[in-house]
Design a binder for this molecule. Sequence first.
Ligand code: UP5
Ligand code: MG
Length: 210
Amino acid sequence: NNLPRPNVIFVLGGPGAGKGTQCNLISKKFGHVHLSAGDLLRKEQNTAGSQYGELIAEHIKNGTIVPVEITCKLLMNAMLENMISLAKMVEGNDKPIATGNFLIDGFPRNQDNLDGWQKFVGDKVNVQLVLVFECPEEVYIARCLKRGQHSGRADDNPESMKKRLDTHLNQTMPIVKYYEKLDLVKRIDSSRSIKEVHEECCTILQSLMA
Ligand code: UP5
Ligand code: MG
């Protein structure tokens, strides 16, 4: 078939870097579909009868990475659902079907994620860019602990925070390096204000879409 492949932008960065915040703003401005791997996992964890609930809860509390079979399936289902609803909008219409632009937030986070993505998705989509939001460690900690006062998230506490930072440094940064070799990475200092970070994102996306 000769339908255009969906475009994917991966969004990475330490815990509390602002991935979700910035993806929401990008999605409002540019129309990308925002899929947060972490949100999809938390939703699955809370789905009655899910066989993965306990496993996911354990990984999230420990800041370790859920096996890629689970995460990739959730991401692929979410992409498919969005593509079906897009296709439905143009049903009975000869116009080419827009297959969509996706922001995938918080994935791939380790080598297992990357290998699984290549195996299950690979060339079916076009990875356009990897946005990486970066802050000093104390900013990550301050933001997550502050959010922890009301978020109810099982991992916004000092103990889990240490583990999330460790995983980010030792497992996710090598993935960033991998994409850097492919010249796909844009690093953004996200310790600035939400607005300043968003403006830099806009400049990057505008030149990508030009
Ligand atoms: N905030 C945001 N931007 C700000 C700014 N510029 N200035 C001041 N404050 C700012 O923001 C975090 C907080 O900071 C908010 O209170 C916000 O208002 C404020 P947010 O936009 O939520 O940042 P984000 O980077 O999305 O932080 P999050 O905590 O979601 O990042 P994590 O990467 O830790 O969490 P995620 O949900 O992606 O993953 C959680 C866990 O799920 C992982 O640790 C892992 O165990 C598991 N997981 C997998 O196993 N596999 C996956 O593929 C994905 C997740
Ligand atoms: Mg998030």
